[in-house]
Design a protein around this ligand. Structure first.
Ligand SMILES: Nc1nc2c(ncn2[C@@H]2O[C@H](COP(=O)(O)OP(=O)(O)OP(=O)(O)O)[C@@H](O)[C@H]2O)c(=O)[nH]1
Ligand SMILES: [Mg+2]
Length: 293
């Protein structure tokens, strides 16, 4: 079933509406600030957005400010996520524990399969047995081959085998899962760098995408993690999950502002269908409607 971004953001927009109280044509900067803080947009960003606005802000003025923010020339190009056009399209999925990596892989695979593409999944989270099983279960459910090995096995070799298997089978898309533990950052860093190098090698140095999964319920605090991942591997795009179950959907603006990375998709639930391409226009309109009606 098709879900609209507006319905997904309902918890966020309800929070904003409540903070505003009665809707009117002009909203004071103070009221606006409170409402935007409520949605977990970072304070720095709110200050920056409001700086050039009058004391009493109209819908049109805020809309222009939001668009200017999204379309700022310096990072306009980067904000559009363009899927890799290569065949196979290889995606390495990274992010902290529980962010929604494995579930998002299932969603991406399902979407590709619906488009008639052949997909191969790589169970590169060899840290937990349950993680391998989880991806295999998705594979069975969706009718998609999963390349896996035993717990404790080198994740780089799974990534390598998955890419080689995908190439041999003429796959259109290869999606590789990774472990997300952050308790030992040096370890994580080394492992991610190694996996990334091995992916390049398996692809004869052709490009692949590193997609970062961020838990939308963490709001602005997901940004600190994201910066660490982006420093380790240059991230190509972000997928924000669990936007259906949070009032912190304003953090998307902070993510774009702080990370200057495009948001490719958003996760809207736990099922394979619950993935939407990120549409900035719909996003802006949802926020404006919550404030001004
Ligand atoms: N409501 C909601 N739940 C989600 C979404 N995406 C993932 N989840 C749930 O979040 C939990 C964690 O998801 P996983 O996909 O296992 O996360 P992970 O990043 O692979 O976690 P680790 O393998 O432990 O690193 C699961 O219960 C998922 O069903 C989403 O978009 N919306
Ligand atoms: Mg996982």
């Amino acid at each position: 079933m098709f879900q609209s971004l507006k319905s997904i953001l309902k918890k966020t927009t309800d929070g904003i509406s409540q903070a505003i109280g009665t809707k009117k044509k002009l909203i004071s900067q103070n009221e606006l600030e409170n409402a935007l803080i409520e949605s977990d947009i970072s304070y720095d960003l709110i200050e920056m957005m409001l700086k050039n606005l009058p004391q009493e802000v109209s819908k049109n003025e805020l809309e222009v400010a939001l668009w200017r923010f999204f379309r700022a020339e310096s990072y306009y190009d980067k904000l559009q996520y363009t899927p890799l056009q290569d065949k196979p399209e290889v995606m390495l999925i990274i992010g902290v524990n529980g962010a929604g990596k494995t579930t998002t892989i299932a969603k991406l695979a399902h979407l590709a399969k619906k488009q008639g593409k052949k997909v191969i999944l790589g169970a590169g989270d060899t840290f937990r047995a349950a993680a391998i099983e989880q991806l295999k279960l998705w594979g069975e459910k969706l009718g998609i081959e999963v390349i896996s090995s035993q717990i404790g096995h080198d994740p780089s070799s799974i990534a390598f085998d998955s890419i080689k298997a995908g190439l041999a089978r003429g796959a259109d898309q290869i999606i590789i899962d990774t472990a997300g533990r952050l308790h030992n950052q040096t370890n994580l860093k080394n492992e991610l760098i190694k996996i990334s190098k091995v992916c390049s090698k398996a692809l004869d140095e052709k490009p692949f995408h590193k997609l970062l999964i961020l838990d939308g319920t963490q709001g602005s605090s997901a940004i600190t993690q994201a910066k660490i991942f982006n420093e380790i591997l240059n991230v190509d795009g972000i997928i924000v999950t669990k936007l259906d179950s949070t009032s912190k959907g304003g953090a998307i603006l902070s993510m774009i502002y702080e990370l200057k990375l495009p948001i490719a998709y958003i996760g809207t639930g736990e099922k394979e269908d619950n993935l939407l391409p990120f549409n900035e226009e719909e996003y802006i309109q949802s926020i404006l409607e919550a404030i001004f009606g």
